[in-house]
Design a protein around this ligand. Structure first.
Ligand SMILES: [Zn+2]
Length: 110
């Protein structure tokens, strides 16, 4: 299996394809599906939806909500070197595997 999902909730990602190309957002949710992982990213891929009137909003109306985008359309933003990067792995002294930035080799997981 290629392209396993190494992105987690609260990561910052940069969109590299599609209508929001170039935008950066925070991952709200990772949606795992066998070969087709998708992400919900804050303020990215907004779609307008008509909402029905509710008790809170008697008129209903149009709301904008994030729609999932493909994992392959984003790259992780490294918080250390502030560039979109690929993810590498390093085994720590205690045996835990951690994600590292392939550009600056800093550990991504806080
Ligand atoms: Zn980096």
């Amino acid at each position: 299996m290629k392209d396993k999902c190494h992105i987690k909730k609260d990561d910052k990602v940069k969109v590299i394809a599609g209508k929001d190309k170039g935008k950066i957002g925070k991952v709200l949710k990772v949606i795992r599906k066998d070969e087709d992982n998708r992400l919900l990213v804050e303020n990215i891929n907004l779609v307008k939806r008509h909402s029905k009137p509710t008790a809170q909003n008697k008129q209903g109306g149009i709301v904008e909500r994030e729609a999932p985008i493909r994992l392959s359309n984003v790259m992780l933003m490294c918080s250390k070197c502030m560039t979109p990067t690929r993810i590498g792995f390093r085994r720590l002294d205690d045996g835990k595997k951690t994600r590292i930035c392939k550009k600056c080799s800093e550990i991504i997981d806080a």
